[in-house]
Design a protein around this ligand. Structure first.
Ligand SMILES: Nc1nc2c(ncn2[C@@H]2O[C@H](COP(=O)(O)OP(=O)(O)OP(=O)(O)O)[C@@H](O)[C@H]2O)c(=O)[nH]1
Ligand SMILES: [Mg+2]
Length: 225
């Protein structure tokens, strides 16, 4: 089975080469899906050996869908480009899919911990919001998830294409899970430790975008596939 890493980037020149280097031993293809960065992200990624493509400039969710469509791999690994995810955990993410126990595997910070949680009110709000969304999704679809907003995950590409994604923004993480569950695919979690962003700036203004996640939960709950 071929494995493609899908790495969404927007202005991550500071560390994209490090991320590509770290992923290389674990995957067959590295697809950097760039959101029209204004720094040297694309050049740095290409120099490091990644295949670089542009998304449609609509947000992280857009990058995910472009990556799903363009990837050559049978399994996709989604990993952020800010140094917060540990590429050495990729084999742990892949295992449930390779053993045919899951179609989507989420790296859980509740099982592996997160340095980001030792932060300010902003990170506290994220943790509480993520917990609420996880509980709501579990109650609605009978799943047993703890970290539905974590971007570090692996998916069977065929299942991702069947499930489909209809969102363009940061609500893509929870939406991917609800789409898989709606289509009867198996979603599970493994432990993975998250570190704080190591370079560049956050693209997610927590307070300004908080409504996005709750609105998406509502829409996904009341609509069909
Ligand atoms: N292609 C694309 N990538 C994006 C976009 N917005 C964010 N990203 C990337 O998505 C990943 C996650 O973004 P982050 O800003 O780290 O979001 P976060 O992890 O929720 O927040 P922090 O880690 O606190 O900064 C990073 O690799 C970003 O570069 C976008 O609009 N398009
Ligand atoms: Mg991040």
């Amino acid at each position: 089975m071929l494995v493609t890493a899908v790495v969404p980037t927007r202005n991550e020149a500071g560390g994209i080469a490090t991320v590509v280097d770290a992923l290389r031993p674990h995957v067959d293809e590295i697809l950097v899906v760039d959101g029209h960065s204004t720094d040297d992200t694309r050049d740095r990624a290409e120099e490091a050996g990644a295949t670089v493509i542009l998304d449609n400039n609509r947000g992280k969710g857009d990058a995910y869908w472009v990556g799903i469509e363009k990837a050559k791999g049978d399994i996709l690994v989604f990993m952020d480009a800010d140094g917060s995810h540990n590429a050495d955990d990729v084999p742990v993410l892949l295992e449930p899919i390779l053993e045919d126990r899951a179609d989507l595997v989420i790296a859980s910070r509740h099982k592996g911990g997160s340095d980001e949680w030792e932060g300010d009110i902003d990170t506290w709000l994220r943790a509480v919001g993520s917990g609420f969304l996880s509980v709501a999704i579990n109650m609605r679809w009978g799943s047993n998830l703890t970290d539905v907003l974590n971007g570090f995950r692996a998916a069977r590409r065929e299942a991702a294409l069947t499930a489909g994604l209809h969102v363009y923004d940061f609500d893509v993480e929870q939406h991917m899970i609800t789409q898989f569950l709606k289509h009867g695919f198996r979603v599970t979690e493994v432990a993975s430790h998250e570190e704080c962003r190591k370079w560049g700036n956050s693209k997610l203004p927590t307070f300004r975008k908080a409504h996005l996640f709750f609105w998406r939960l509502f829409v996904d709950m009341v609509t069909g596939k």
